[in-house]
Design a protein. Structure first.
Length: 105
């Protein structure tokens, strides 16, 4: 299972994803692809996210049953704690893409 959520992204990116995935809500895309195809889709998302942001989550045989990655500016950023990847939040006073890019893995 593969889920991609877009916020404030260009319409052409949403159009690209609708050719490959089912858009179940505005900006929420789901599908089921191999790792190779998933990586290619995510590469296109990262290159075309513009001023928006995106998150991808997929099934993975680990303790929590999934993994995820993000791109673009968002207060939620992935962080690794032990063997698990969790979400960390930037302070509300932090604004602008330059701060988020320093913190995103």
């Amino acid at each position: 299972m593969l889920v991609i959520v877009l916020e404030s992204c260009p319409y052409r990116l949403r159009g690209y994803l609708t050719r490959l995935l089912l858009e179940i809500r505005a900006g929420v895309f789901i599908g089921d692809y191999s790792k190779k195809v998933r990586d290619n889709i995510w590469k296109v998302v990262q290159e075309n996210v513009g001023d928006g942001n995106a998150v991808i989550a997929w099934s993975k045989p680990n303790d929590i049953g999934f993994d995820f990655d993000t791109c673009g500016f968002n207060r939620r950023i992935p962080c690794v704690l032990g063997d698990m990847k969790l979400c960390s939040f930037l302070p509300e006073s932090t604004t602008g893409p330059s701060v988020a890019k320093k913190n995103v893995q």
